[in-house]
Design a protein around this ligand. Structure first.
Ligand code: XBP
Ligand code: MG
Length: 258
C-alpha cells in the first residue's frame, strides 16, 4: 500500500498549509491572503512553491505593479521557504490529527504483514515530523517526498520511486489518494487507486478512482461509497480485505486471501 499524505492521511490543507502560507505572506510584508475558497482552487497546482508562483503570475496587484518574472520567482522561493519553516513547526507541535479510520487501517495492514509506503510531493522537512507525530515513522517501509520526487503530481515519479523502493510489482500495489492530481499520478504508475475525498476534493476525483469513498469509514460509522467499480466495498469501511480485493480485481492478479 502507498499512501498520499496531504488531504488523505491528514486534513492538512485548509487549516494547515493555507494558514502557513498566509502567515508567510504577512511575515514578509506581502499584501496577499488566501481565503478557504481561493485556496481550494489553488490546490489544482501541486507543490507549494509552484502554487505561490502560479498565483503571483495571475494576481491583478502583481500585474498592475509590473513585477518582472525574476521578482515573481524570487518572492515565490522566499514565501515558500518561510512557509516551510512555519508548517514544519506546526507539524512538530502535533496540531494535526489523523483522518478517522487511518490508524485503524494502518493497524490492519501491519497485522496482515503488508508493507506500507508514502508517496507525497510535499517537502521532506515537514513530512517526516508530521508522519512521526501522527503515526510513528517506523510504520512506513518507504517515504518518498518532494525532495526525492521534484516532478510534482500528477507526474507518477513519487509513486514509481515508492514502488521500486518497496521492491514489489506495481500490479500488487494500491495507492490511497484524495485529489485529482494524486489519482492521476497513481493511475499513470499503473496502481489500483482508492480515493478518500475531503471537503476540497469531493467533486473532482471520484470518477478517476477504482474505489472512492468520502472517508475510510469505521465499523460504527461507515463512509459513503461514491464509486465502486468492482463492488469491493459494500459496507463503506476500508480494510485489508477490501484492499486485497481491489488490487486483485483491478490488476487481475491473485493474492492470497486470509
Ligand atoms: C501536496 C501538495 C503540497 C502541499 C504543500 O501534494 O501539493 O504542495 O499542499 O506542500 P500531494 P509544500 O498531497 O499530492 O502529495 O509546500 O511542501 O510543497
Ligand atoms: Mg493529497
Amino acid at each position: 500500500m502507498v499512501f498520499d499524505v496531504d488531504g488523505t492521511m491528514v486534513d492538512s490543507e485548509r487549516h494547515g498549509h493555507r494558514v502557513a502560507f498566509n502567515q508567510a505572506f504577512a511575515d514578509l510584508g506581502l499584501p496577499f491572503h488566501w481565503d478557504e475558497q481561493r485556496y481550494g482552487a489553488l490546490l489544482a497546482v501541486t507543490g507549494g512553491e509552484r502554487r505561490v508562483r502560479t498565483f503571483l503570475r495571475t494576481d491583478p496587484t502583481v500585474a498592475a505593479e509590473g513585477w518582472a518574472v525574476e521578482r515573481i520567482d524570487e518572492v515565490a522561493r522566499t514565501v515558500h521557504a518561510r512557509k516551510t519553516e512555519l508548517f514544519t513547526e506546526m507539524a512538530r507541535s502535533n496540531v494535526f490529527t489523523p483522518r478517522p479510520g487511518v490508524t485503524r487501517l494502518l493497524d490492519d495492514l501491519a497485522q496482515g504483514g503488508i508493507a506500507v509506503g508514502v508517496a507525497t510531493t510535499g517537502s521532506r522537512e515537514w513530512v517526516l515530523p508530521l508522519l512521526d507525530g501522527l503515526f510513528c515513522l517506523q510504520r512506513f517501509a518507504v517515504v518518498v517526498t518532494g525532495a526525492e520526487a521534484p516532478q510534482r503530481k500528477p507526474h507518477p515519479s513519487a509513486y514509481h520511486q515508492a514502488v521500486d523502493l518497496l521492491g514489489v510489482d506495481a500490479g500488487h500495489v494500491a495507492a490511497v489518494e484524495d485529489s485529482g492530481p494524486g489519482v492521476a499520478a497513481a493511475r499513470y504508475a499503473s496502481l489500483a487507486c482508492l480515493v478518500v475525498t475531503n471537503g476540497y476534493t469531493e467533486h473532482d476525483v471520484a470518477r478517476q478512482a477504482h474505489l472512492a469513498l468520502d472517508g475510510f469509514g469505521d465499523p460504527d460509522a461507515p463512509a459513503t461509497v461514491l464509486v465502486d467499480t468492482y463492488e469491493t466495498c459494500p459496507r463503506g469501511v476500508v480494510d485489508l480485505t477490501v484492499l486485497r480485493h481491489l488490487v486483485s480485481r483491478v490488476n487481475g492478479c491473485f493474492l492470497p486471501f486470509e
